[in-house]
Design a protein. Structure first.
Length: 333
């Protein structure tokens, strides 16, 4: 038989029967409770005046309230920061929770699990439900899988496959290895070249009018030419035809250029993840026709100042600056 808490009526019966001199066993028999339950109830709620049902019920409610976990988002400062980071900075609940804890490491009132944030957002009637539209995966319904047309991977002459890339690139310990991709606007009316440095996750982006190889090639060169040579060692592209002029990129920058395997976007995971962040500002279905470089750079700066879980909740700018300082120290020795 499952355990149930004593009711106010039962507490009244205990007080009455106890005052009549009945034993714990007899009281338990009449109430259908074990005598130890009756004894525990009397001992924990007895006062100088003896056992009183009304006092016992008040003590019961007090204990129940104390054992109930406090709603962590009731703390005003925590709630305000969570709302700011999710609604204004477009951060995920996990990122927001971790960064708040980093800001207030000694204040436990500012510690909250990201699952608590999710529950608050999806709780019916909670005023935080407006944050749903700001969540990273607030996407439309998924398309059903079908056979459809088979995609053909464009043939890029003289491409060097990723299998020939140096192992040090996979370790992400050396700065200067980049991943490149092209983000397509609505109706292929405007494009964004994205380049992500694998170690720091720093993003460099350029707005393009077309996806012609000559334009994309020149954009890559201009984006990376001002970096020190030690910060540009290699690039790994996907297999888009816009990167067909890769030999010119390699010659101008003096680097190795590699290509991921067809339909293996996971081999450029940093680039794909940052493209997802970019899509939060420029969702699919957005035309890039009127997008200017200045507006794009504003988005890039915000992404580069966004803490990352993979960077121990530091920002790409922080990591890149640390690498820059280390390089300066090495050169001054």
């Amino acid at each position: 038989m499952p355990y149930t808490h004593l009711t106010p009526f039962e507490r009244g019966q205990i007080e009455a029967l106890r005052s009549e001199g009945h034993s714990l066993t007899e009281i338990g028999r009449r109430l259908g409770r074990h005598r130890t339950t009756i004894g525990r109830e009397i001992n924990r709620n007895r006062s100088s005046a003896g056992y009183k049902a009304q006092t016992a019920q008040k003590q019961y409610h007090k204990r129940r309230k104390a054992c109930r976990p406090r709603r962590r988002l009731d703390y005003a400062l925590l709630r305000a920061l969570i709302e700011e980071f999710i609604a204004l900075k477009r951060w995920s609940p996990e990122l927001a929770a971790a960064y708040v804890k980093r800001l207030y490491p000694d204040d436990m009132r500012m510690w909250v699990c990201h699952e608590t944030i999710y529950r608050a957002i999806y709780e019916n009637g909670n005023y935080l439900d407006y944050l749903r539209e700001h969540l990273p995966q607030a996407r439309r319904t998924r398309r059903a899988r079908g056979r459809g047309k088979k995609r053909r991977c464009p043939a890029i002459p003289h491409r060097t496959p990723i299998s020939q890339r140096e192992a040090i690139v996979d370790e992400r310990g050396q700065i200067g290895h980049w991943e490149g991709d092209l983000v397509v606007g609505k109706g292929q009316d405007g494009f964004i070249l994205t380049l992500v440095e694998r170690c720091s996750r720093l993003l460099v982006a350029a707005a393009l009018r077309t996806r012609r190889a000559c334009e994309a090639c020149q954009a890559v060169i201009e984006a990376l030419l001002d970096f020190p040579t030690s910060w540009v060692r290699s690039i790994t592209f996907d297999n888009g035809s816009e990167f067909a002029d890769h030999q010119h990129i390699a010659a101008e920058l003096g680097i190795n250029v590699y290509f991921a395997d067809p339909y293996s976007s996971y081999q450029r995971g940093s680039n794909e993840q940052v493209n997802g962040l970019l899509r939060r500002y420029l969702p699919k279905g957005t035309s890039f026709k009127s997008l200017i470089q200045e507006d794009l750079q504003t988005i890039v700066d915000e992404i580069n100042n966004r803490p990352r879980k993979c960077l121990a909740y530091r920002t790409p700018i922080e990591i890149f600056q640390l690498q820059r300082q280390a390089l300066i120290r090495a050169l001054s020795v």
